[in-house]
Design a protein around this ligand. Structure first.
Ligand code: RTP
Ligand code: MG
Length: 140
């Protein structure tokens, strides 16, 4: 197994409900280490750029509006198989389908307001980390 880095966002529904610590604890319990973290307010342009792959999806505009509706916490997570491990602890996109004990099962409000984002591949993790962090902001 390889040590990987993945990218995570604690979404506005979660920061609004003061769940940053509870979610970070679940990530840490899953064996992931927070090696970079910052709380930011995304601009519309930034959110549209980040979610550019979803531009043609019917939920794109709603998603962007949601993601700029409040602060988010962007994080770089490091650990063995970090990309897959993070996807496992996040749970299914729709919390109604998420397994017990996952972040989305415990905290998400809906398929859109689903508390966390996590990179879906190592390749996208690198792109997403570079989108939000300078190398010197990441301390492993
Ligand atoms: P994420 O990218 O946030 O980690 O989530 P994901 O891979 O599980 O889901 P994805 O298909 O990439 O969708 C990105 C985000 O868009 C919102 N969404 N809304 N209204 C809808 O049907 C719908 N479907 C997806 C969610 O916030 C999802 O996380
Ligand atoms: Mg995704």
């Amino acid at each position: 197994m390889a040590t990987e880095r993945t990218f995570s966002i604690i979404k506005p529904d979660a920061t609004r409900r003061n769940l940053t610590g509870a979610i970070t604890a679940k990530l840490e319990e899953a064996g992931l280490r927070v090696v970079a973290s910052k709380r930011i307010q995304m601009s519309r342009e930034q959110a549209e750029g980040f979610y550019g792959v979803h531009r043609e999806r019917p939920f794109f505009n709603d998603l962007v509006t949601f993601m700029i509706s409040g602060p988010v916490v962007v994080q770089v997570l490091e650990g063995e198989n970090a990309v897959l491990r993070n996807r496992e602890v996040m749970g299914a996109t729709n919390p109604a389908n998420a397994d017990a004990g996952t972040i989305r099962k415990d905290f998400a409000e809906s398929i859109e307001a689903n508390s966390v984002h996590g990179s879906d591949s190592l390749e996208n993790a690198k792109i997403e980390i570079d989108f939000f962090f300078k190398p010197e902001e990441i301390v492993g």
